[in-house]
Design a protein around this ligand. Structure first.
Ligand SMILES: [Ca+2]
Ligand SMILES: [Ca+2]
Ligand SMILES: [Zn+2]
Length: 322
């Protein structure tokens, strides 16, 4: 759950290759995205059934994110899996790709996002994304869905839904990552990611991407100490308003040029009648808690962030959400 800096990983030698095509449904976008999952030597502890579950859940998570995007040709995303002793799971794109300059800093895009957007694999045969999973978490906390595409079987009340975890981790590789300080939100002096650039450092740091602000109603707060995620504490964090019209982000000279942020509407939480599902704490990409027995999925706020980091959305999803 804790994102790693996107450029901090080195390729690891020696792996077994497993192939999963994330292309088994009809969506024109996802039909062109193949996900290849490989395991390094740390995964030798796994049995074949466990590997199959990791492959199927990784591919389905990549399919669910990539089907939102307008993709103009075949893509192949290589994911390298390691098994660790960490408490949960973590993931990141392999590298950050310079795509321009914004406000005096080099702007870097996650390598998975870059390849999905452009069709160019920025690091050749090396993996595009690294995924680490704690062994105890894998075996004693996660519940692997017998049909990760359908997601209809009841999630055991004492288990964490593995599809939710895999969706969360792929979300880091696609959009939710960067180099800003995890607590202060302050970026390095010379560079930042397409996500970092929208942070308003503070306590908490806020996310000011125009589409996210429009989707949420106010600038949503990022988790202090873990700020490539949403939310703090367990209270309802912010009111939100109805989904607003899509605001396309244009690319000029290699740089995502955002629309102007609308002024957040003035809303009283007591008047707005906020429902539990409107809490940042219940977002897939929240940084506070994953409730057992509960399914999380990509939300309209996540779609807004995809726009804010410069990804082109499929017309099917341009004005709403399925
Ligand atoms: Ca690739
Ligand atoms: Ca690659
Ligand atoms: Zn996370």
């Amino acid at each position: 759950m804790i994102p790693k800096p996107a450029n901090a990983r080195a390729p690891r030698p020696g792996c077994q290759r497993w192939l999963a095509l994330g292309a088994f449904l009809a969506s024109s976008a996802s039909a062109q995205v193949a996900t290849q999952v490989t395991f390094d030597a740390s995964a030798n502890v796994l049995d074949p059934a466990e590997r199959d579950e990791i492959v199927s859940h990784t591919a389905e998570a990549m399919r669910r994110w990539s089907r939102l995007l307008a993709i103009d040709g075949p893509r192949s995303i290589e994911v390298r899996v390691s098994i660790t002793d960490q408490a949960t799971a973590s993931a990141a794109s392999a590298v950050g790709i310079p795509v321009g300059e914004a406000e005096g800093r080099q702007l870097l895009e996650q390598s998975v996002a870059y390849e999905l957007r452009t069709g160019v694999d920025p690091n050749g045969a090396d993996p595009d994304m690294y995924l680490q999973i704690g062994l105890d978490y894998l075996r004693n906390t996660l519940w692997f869905d017998p049909d990760p595409g359908a997601r209809s079987a009841p999630v055991p009340s004492n288990r964490t839904d593995a599809m939710s975890t895999f969706l969360h981790e792929v979300g880091h590789a696609v959009a939710y990552n960067g180099w800003s300080d995890a607590t202060t939100g302050i970026p390095p002096a010379t560079l930042w990611s397409t996500f970092d650039r929208w942070m308003i450092p503070g306590s908490p740091t806020l996310f000011s991407g125009a589409n996210a602000v429009a989707a949420w109603g106010v600038a949503p707060d990022l988790t202090t100490g873990n700020n490539k995620h949403w939310g703090n504490g367990t209270a309802i964090a912010a009111p939100r308003v109805e989904w607003q019209p899509a605001r396309p982000v244009e690319w000029r000279n290699g740089l995502a040029v955002p629309p102007l942020a609308p002024a957040p509407p003035s809303m009283s939480p007591a008047v707005a009648g906020i429902a539990a599902q409107d809490s940042l704490i219940l977002q897939l990409m929240n940084g506070v808690v994953f409730y057992s027995g509960h399914r999380y999925d990509i939300s309209p706020l996540d779609v807004a962030v995809l726009r804010d980091v410069g990804l082109p959305l499929d017309a099917l999803f341009a004005n709403g959400f399925d």
